[in-house]
Design a protein around this ligand. Structure first.
Ligand SMILES: Cc1ncc(COP(=O)(O)O)c(C=O)c1O
Length: 416
């Protein structure tokens, strides 16, 4: 049981590895630009990785490189790598290892799932998506409009708070709804959505729930069984791992689905969903990323360590984001979008600066202050559209972010 579950609160610094020690594990943090160490605030687009992750990837390719299920040691070692990655992500998701599917990335997994489910859907069937979501959780479902005559309904968000219109969502989910596709956290605004009422409403009408956990995964440890969703997908490259996609899909459900697949490939879940040869080295790297996160806090099991590490990192992220938002609020030309601090949010902040387009701000911060932030719509183009902005600057704190780095970002903005 972690302290959140047990109601015990402890100082984050007592719980988790010191930020300086975490930073020493990330070779990328040694990089300098414009004569200064780089401050990476681009984690929502992909975090840096600790050396243990690249060591695992290298070891996999250099010493255990084979295809699977053959009668020699290197092949058996790859089988073990795959099995180990499923166990690691099972610990991460809070599910069994048979319920873990790997793929190229979340987008590809989602397209594969939509095509699979769409085989049984047609006119009169509906999918609900949201305008707060990344297009990876919209376009795969919209494809079914063209391919299967399915109706896709979208639900908006409140521009002032950056939160989903939960009333509209509840009303849009009806007896015709086959699936609700919902993001746990917005990669643009940082909003964390309470999924419990969504799952409850979907259950009332017998609809499936697909959760995009790509932006939440670095900040909120999922517990898929408690959440009660049917599918949940994320991308290890957002939480200190390699470029890959991983999905929770319960084996009994997956075994029932008519998955597009090669007839000679494995028939049984989870492998029946995995097309072609997998990226074994990314699986090794994913296990290392989960182990890295788990190594940040003590505990009796990997899941316990993860839970404690996430809780402590959340405290830190919350502190940093508070510092950042207070600093931004003092700058008159800056407009912050998304939920205020104190509301459920990730340490990702989106803003604009009057008189400068988002790219110019990002370029100034990079070239003059070695502060790397992202800009644009981040494939959440409905969000920028509904906010009426052409693009946003996005700064996301990660486990290696520090207060002096936030100060450098703020100084860079003052400098504009
Ligand atoms: C919230 C969210 N969903 C989905 C995606 C797509 O993930 P992937 O690149 O693994 O396809 C991203 C990527 O930025 C994202 O932030």
């Amino acid at each position: 049981m972690n302290p959140v579950e047990s109601g015990v609160s402890a100082s984050p610094d007592a719980l988790v590895t010191a930020v300086e020690d975490i930073r020493s594990l990330f070779p990328a943090l040694e990089r300098e630009h414009a004569g200064q160490p780089v401050a990476y605030f681009d984690g929502p687009g992909g975090t840096q990785v600790p050396a243990s992750v690249t060591d695992a990837i290298t070891d996999s390719l250099l010493h255990h490189n084979a295809n699977r299920r053959w009668a020699y040691p290197a092949s058996a070692e790859v089988d073990a790598t795959v099995a180990g990655a499923r166990v690691a992500m099972g610990d991460f998701f809070g599910c069994g290892s048979d319920d873990v599917v790997f793929g190229a990335n979340m987008t590809t997994l989602t397209y594969h799932l939509s095509r699979t489910l769409g085989r049984n859907w047609g006119e009169g069937d509906e999918v609900v998506v949201t305008r707060l979501d990344h297009f990876a959780n919209i376009s795969p479902w919209r494809a079914l409009e063209v391919e299967r005559g399915v109706t896709v309904r979208d639900v908006g968000f409140h521009p002032a708070s950056g939160t989903l219109d939960m009333g509209a969502l509840a009303e849009t989910i009806t007896e015709r709804t086959r699936l609700v596709a919902i993001g746990w956290a917005s990669n643009v605004l940082g909003t964390i959505t309470d999924l419990a009422p969504v799952v409850l409403r979907a259950r009332e009408v017998g609809a499936l729930v697909f959760v995009d956990a790509v932006h939440s995964a670095p900040h909120v440890l999922p517990h898929v069984l408690e959440l009660g969703c049917d599918f949940l997908a994320c991308s290890p490259y957002k939480f200190y791992g390699p470029h890959a996609g991983v999905m929770y899909a319960p084996a009994p459900l997956l075994d029932q689905l008519d998955v597009p697949r090669l007839p000679c490939a494995p028939q049984v879940a989870p492998e029946r969903f995995e097309t072609g040869t997998q990226n074994h080295e990314a699986m090794a790297g994913t296990t290392a990323a989960v182990d890295f996160l788990a190594s940040l806090a003590p505990g009796n099991s990997r899941r316990d360590r993860l839970a404690l590490a996430y809780q402590a990192l959340h405290y830190r992220g919350d502190h940093l984001v508070g510092h950042l938002m207070r600093g931004l609020a003092e700058l008159d030309p800056v407009t912050i979008y998304g939920p205020p601090r104190g509301q459920p949010r990730t340490p990702t902040v989106a803003f604009t600066v009057d008189g400068f387009d988002a790219r110019a701000v990002a370029s100034h911060l990079s070239e003059n202050h070695a502060v790397f932030v992202s800009h644009g719509h981040f494939y959440g183009a409905h969000v920028t559209e509904d906010l009426g902005v052409s693009g946003l600057v996005r700064a996301g704190c990660a486990c290696y972010s520090t207060e002096p780095e936030v100060d450098r970002l703020l100084a860079g903005l003052r400098d504009l």
